[in-house]
Write a protein that binds this ligand. Structure first.
Ligand code: SDX
Length: 372
């Protein structure tokens, strides 16, 4: 094979074509809509519809989408029973991975046509949100809360987690993060889902694969790791000292850098502005001083910019959410992008099976075991 190329981590390799999103240095767009336009002018349900059905919904289509989501929202009782069995110290990402897999045995959607897959994706949106909220309640020594009719998806997640109708700011910011996290073309977890689709396996298996992949701190787990890093510090001075030590130790700083974006993550810019307003509104400017004490040297000394996970971790923290819940909330959003890619792969499929270059032992003969 003359035209074989080898790139560690497939860096810079175009591994397929997609109509779902375009990730460029200059812009991020979902199905042609710029992310800042979407962030300002749509809700997450509209973005989910765009990703799954290729178009932003009309008012009637949005109402229909919300009705279907509401119908599919109640978590099977068996899933809640199963969550109760999982020890409290188990990370919520692991609970989500197990619970989504288990919920697959109670899948209310029959069939595997593209429309069946889209409906199953909407059901998985409800399952992921329901598992996160139910787990949070049980960890808080409280019983899971039934869905409250009429709430948006973001409001429903918070309502079922906190047991009360959430404030407008929390809903708007969670909704924004769900839009920003929804889709990012061939990132690791999405590519993993496409591999599952390419073998003609099922969507639940694809989403469970995505959850397992996103968990890693080099990927979606970075929003939790970034906030855990910030929580070490009581002051900006402490953070400034820490980051210089990190440079000396060549330590990876969570929430920074990106395989594609080398001049900054469009989503981080959008969210950081909102985060600064939130910190101001909550009298938490101390956290922004610590945040900037890490960010400034990363940008000025290393030219490594925040990715979306850096502002997102602190945003969720200032909303009063537990760190263990941050990457699961990423899943509640990215389940839409994963599903859109799964469906796209299934509709125009070629088994994904790259080559590897063998660098192991040279040819050798077997010596019988009694002579080894
Ligand atoms: C997400 O792909 C996506 O789109 C993912 C995502 C999505 O929406 O799906 O955007 C979500 O996962 C964002 C990324 C979250 N991960 C982190 O924040 C973890 C910390 N980041 C790094 O591990 C790193 O930046 C990666 C993994 C994100 C990207 O790594 P690359 O492209 O493999 O780059 P690299 O590791 O080869 O780094 C190039 C240089 C290295 O220095 P040298 O060895 O050449 O001297 O930059 C340095 C790295 O050490 N570097 C960092 C750094 N990121 C890169 N140094 C310190 N801290 C960092 N965060």
């Amino acid at each position: 094979m003359t035209d074989t190329i080898f790139k560690p981590g497939l860096e810079g390799v175009i591994a397929g074509e997609t109509t779902v999103a375009a990730v460029e240095q200059s812009s991020l767009a979902y199905r042609g809509y710029n992310i800042s336009d979407l962030a300002q002018n749509t809700t997450f349900e509209e973005v989910a519809h765009l990703l799954l059905y290729n178009e932003l919904p009309t008012s009637a289509q949005l109402a229909e989408f919300q009705t279907v989501l509401a119908q599919l929202r109640p978590l099977p009782a068996e899933v809640i029973q199963m969550i109760r069995l999982i020890p409290t110290e188990v990370p919520m990402m692991d609970v989500l991975r197990s619970a989504v897999s288990f919920a697959g045995h109670f899948d209310p959607v029959k069939g595997d046509s593209p429309d069946d897959l889209r409906r199953r994706a909407v059901w998985l949106m409800a399952v992921c949100a329901g598992v996160v909220s139910a787990r949070y309640r049980l960890l808080s020594k409280k019983e899971p809360v039934d869905p409250k009719p009429g709430l948006s998806h973001a409001a429903q997640i918070l309502y079922q987690a906190l047991g009360e109708v959430p404030d407008e700011t929390s809903v708007r910011l969670l909704d924004l993060t769900l839009t920003l996290y929804a889709e990012h073309e061939y990132n690791a977890s999405t590519f993993a889902c496409r591999i599952v689709a390419s073998t003609m396996s099922d969507l639940v298996s694809g989403i469970v694969t995505g959850i397992g992949t996103l968990k890693g701190p080099l990927h979606g787990g970075a929003n939790e790791a970034a906030m855990a890093m910030l929580k070490q510090f009581d002051s900006a001075e402490e953070a400034s000292e820490w980051i210089q030590n990190a440079f000396e130790k060549k330590q990876k700083v969570m929430g920074f850098g990106h395989r594609v974006y080398k001049n900054g993550d469009h989503r981080a810019h959008i969210l950081e502005d909102e985060l600064r307003n939130l910190a101001e509104q909550k009298g938490q400017q101390k956290w922004m001083a610590i945040y900037d004490a890490i960010k400034e040297p990363m940008v000025t000394q290393k030219k490594i910019f925040p990715n979306v996970d850096y502002p997102c971790g602190l945003t969720y923290y200032l909303l009063g959410l537990p760190i263990d819940m941050y990457t699961p909330l990423f899943v509640c959003s990215r389940v839409t992008g994963w599903s859109a890619h799964f469906i796209e792969q299934a509709e125009n499929n070629r088994l994904i099976r790259p080559l590897s270059r063998y660098v192991g032992s040279s040819a050798r003969e077997v010596v019988p075991v009694d002579k080894r």
